[in-house]
Design a protein around this ligand. Structure first.
Ligand SMILES: Nc1ncnc2c1ncn2[C@@H]1O[C@H](COP(=O)(O)OP(=O)(O)OP(=O)(O)O)[C@@H](O)[C@H]1O
Ligand SMILES: [Mg+2]
Length: 506
C-alpha cells in the first residue's frame, strides 16, 4: 500500500519545552498505525498538528499526496481527518445526539433537523459501539467511559479517511475495548487509516500493523509490528531498564479501618457490604456502569448514599460532603482529573501540595522549604515531566496531569486512600513507580481501595478483589485464587445466585 500520510521533519516548541524535534515517518494507507512513547514524548502534540489544532514550527505534512497546512481543526476535518482527543471534549449540557452530530446539521438539507432521523442515526452509531442509551440523555450524566465512547461515535459519523484515536481505551474496560477493536478492524476493511495511541502494549500488538516510537520529542523508529516484540518496544520507548514490580505481601493484615454495610443508592448500587483492613489493597473490578465509582463516591459523601452504614476506625461516619471525608482521613483520587481532580490553571507545585498543606505548616504559616521538599519528592518519584513547579497543570501532557493528581493525594498520607483508575494514561515506566508507592504506603499502615479496569493491574496489586455487577457485589477473590478469567466471569455474568437475586431488581 502507498502512504496516505507523510510527516516530514516536524518540530514544535512550547514555552520551556521542545515537544517535537524533526519527526519524520510515513503512514501506510489502510493500516492501523500505533504511536507509542512515554508520557510527554510528544504523541498528542503530533496528532494535534496532523488534525490542525497546532501548527508546526518547522516541517511539512502530506496527506493523500497533497501538502497540507491546516490553520484549524475544521480544515483538517474537511479533508477527512477526524480526531478523538485524549481529554474528553463533549458539551456536558447537550444530549448524546446533539453532541455526536454537533456542527454536522447541513444547512441545505433538512435531514438532521428532522428529530426522528437524528434519533435513528444516533441509535445506529451507538449500536455500533454496543451502547443502548436514549439519544436524548444529557452527556454529563454519563460516566467517563461512556463519554469516551460517545466521542468515538462523534468521529465515526464524520466518515473520516484518517481517524486519530488518542488513548481511546484508557478509561474502557476489556469488554468495551474489544467492541472498539472490532469497529476499528471494520473501518480498516472499509479503507480507513487509523493512527492509534495507547500505553497498553498488548492491545497495540494485537491491533496495529505498524508501530512508531517517539522519545523526548524525537522519532526513534517505525517498524512493522510482526518484526518487533513488546520488550523491544519498551526498550526503544524508555531508553533505560525498567524496574519490575513485586508486591511485598504483609501478613497478617491489621485491624479493620473501613467497614461498609449494606450501602445503597437507588438506581446505582445496592446492598454493598465489605471491609478494608490496615495494610491491605482491595480492588474493585467490574464493567462500565457496574456502579463501582458511584459506590466509592458514596463512601466519600459525593453524593452520600440513601441507605447503609459506614464505619471508619470503629466509629460511625456519615459524610455529607467530600470535605468532611478528607478531614476524617479519606482521600479520593477521582477518575475524571479534568473536572474533579486538578485546578488546571494553577501550578504543578501548588496542585501537589494543595491537599497536604497542613503537613507542611508551622502554626498558621506554610513552611515553604518543607512544601518545596514535598513537591520535589513527588515530582521526582512519579517522574512528572514539567519545565518548572510553576507550570500550569493544564499544559502538561495527559499522563503527566494524572501523575500530578496522584501526587496530590499521596502527599496527604490518608488513613484510607480510594483511587479510581489511578494509572489511566500513565506510561509503563511510571506505572511501576506508582505501584511501588502504593506498596510503600500500605506497609506504612494505610488501606487502599483501588477501582481499576486494568486487569493486570488489579492482579498485580490487590490482596483481595471485589467484583461488582449491576450495582451489586457478585463475588470476592483472594490474591491467590484470582485469574483474569475468574474476574471477567464474575464481572460479566456474576454467579448463579446473584443473577437470580438481581433479576427482580433490574
Ligand atoms: N499547550 C502546551 N503548552 C505548553 N506545553 C505543552 C503544551 N502541550 C504539550 N506541552 C508539552 O509538550 C510535551 C509533549 O506533550 P504531549 O502532550 O505531546 O505528550 P504525550 O506523548 O501525548 O504524553 P502523554 O502520554 O502523557 O499523553 C510535554 O512536555 C508537554 O508538557
Ligand atoms: Mg498525550
Amino acid at each position: 500500500m502507498p502512504s496516505i500520510l507523510k510527516i516530514n521533519g516536524i518540530s514544535k516548541r512550547f514555552p520551556g519545552v521542545q515537544a517535537l524535534q524533526d519527526v519524520t515517518f510515513d503512514v501506510e494507507k489502510e493500516s492501523i498505525h500505533a504511536v507509542i512513547g512515554e508520557n510527554g514524548a510528544g504523541k498528542s502534540t503530533l496528532m494535534q498538528i496532523i488534525a490542525g489544532v497546532h501548527q508546526p514550527d518547522a516541517g511539512s505534512i502530506e496527506f493523500s499526496g497533497e501538502t497540507v497546512k491546516f490553520t484549524n481543526p475544521s480544515e483538517a476535518q474537511a479533508k477527512g481527518i477526524a480526531i478523538v482527543y485524549q481529554e474528553l471534549n463533549l458539551a456536558p449540557n447537550l444530549s448524546i445526539a446533539e453532541n455526536i452530530f454537533l456542527g454536522l446539521e447541513p444547512k441545505r438539507s433538512t435531514f438532521f433537523l428532522d428529530r426522528q432521523k437524528l434519533t435513528a442515526a444516533t441509535l445506529a452509531v451507538l449500536g455500533r459501539l454496543g451502547l443502548h442509551h436514549d439519544p436524548d440523555t444529557v452527556v454529563h450524566r454519563l460516566t467517563v467511559a461512556q463519554q469516551q465512547l460517545i466521542e468515538i461515535c462523534k468521529s465515526l459519523v464524520r466518515n473520516p479517511r484518517l481517524l486519530i484515536l488518542d488513548e481511546p481505551t484508557s478509561s474502557l474496560s476489556e469488554t468495551e475495548s474489544a467492541i472498539l477493536f472490532r469497529v476499528i478492524a471494520d473501518l480498516k476493511a472499509h479503507g480507513v487509516t487509523v493512527l492509534y495511541i495507547s500505553h497498553r502494549l498488548p492491545e497495540v500488538f494485537s491491533l496495529c500493523d505498524t508501530i512508531t516510537v517517539l522519545r523526548d520529542g524525537r522519532h526513534v523508529r517505525t517498524v512493522q509490528t510482526k518484526a518487533t516484540t513488546e520488550a523491544e518496544a519498551v526498550r526503544f520507548m524508555v531508553g533505560r531498564e525498567l524496574l519490575a514490580f513485586h508486591r511485598h505481601p504483609v501478613e497478617p493484615k491489621g485491624d479493620v479501618v473501613l467497614r461498609v454495610n449494606k450501602l445503597s443508592k437507588k438506581g446505582q448500587y445496592e446492598d454493598v457490604t465489605f471491609e478494608l483492613r490496615r495494610g491491605e489493597i482491595v480492588a474493585l473490578a467490574g464493567l462500565i456502569g457496574a456502579g463501582r465509582s458511584e459506590m466509592a463516591l458514596g463512601i466519600f459523601g459525593s453524593p452520600p448514599p440513601d441507605r447503609g452504614d459506614i464505619t471508619l476506625r470503629g466509629g460511625r461516619v456519615n459524610f455529607r460532603q467530600p470535605k468532611d471525608a478528607v478531614v476524617a482521613g479519606i482521600a479520593f483520587v477521582p477518575e475524571d482529573r479534568k473536572t474533579m481532580g486538578l485546578v488546571l490553571g494553577d501550578g504543578v507545585g501548588a496542585n501537589i501540595s494543595s491537599a497536604a498543606l497542613r503537613t507542611v505548616a508551622r502554626g498558621p504559616f506554610v513552611d515553604y522549604p518543607a512544601e518545596n521538599q514535598l513537591i520535589r519528592k513527588y515530582v521526582s518519584r512519579l517522574r512528572v515531566r514539567t519545565p518548572s513547579f510553576q507550570q500550569r497543570a493544564g499544559l502538561l501532557s495527559g499522563g503527566n496531569q494524572q501523575k500530578v493528581l496522584l501526587a496530590k493525594w499521596l502527599a496527604v498520607q490518608p488513613t484510607v486512600l480510594i483511587v479510581d483508575e489511578p494509572t489511566r494514561g500513565v506510561d509503563i515506566g511510571t506505572k511501576a513507580e506508582i505501584y511501588g508507592l502504593f506498596d510503600e504506603l500500605v506497609r506504612e499502615g494505610i488501606a487502599i481501595l483501588i477501582i481499576s479496569s486494568d486487569l493486570p493491574e488489579v492482579l498485580a496489586l490487590a490482596d483481595r478483589i471485589l467484583i461488582m455487577r449491576h450495582g451489586r457485589l457478585t463475588g470476592e477473590l483472594t490474591r491467590n485464587d484470582a485469574t483474569e478469567e475468574r474476574v471477567m466471569h464474575l464481572a460479566a455474568i456474576g454467579n448463579v445466585t446473584d443473577v437470580t437475586k438481581s433479576n427482580g431488581q433490574d
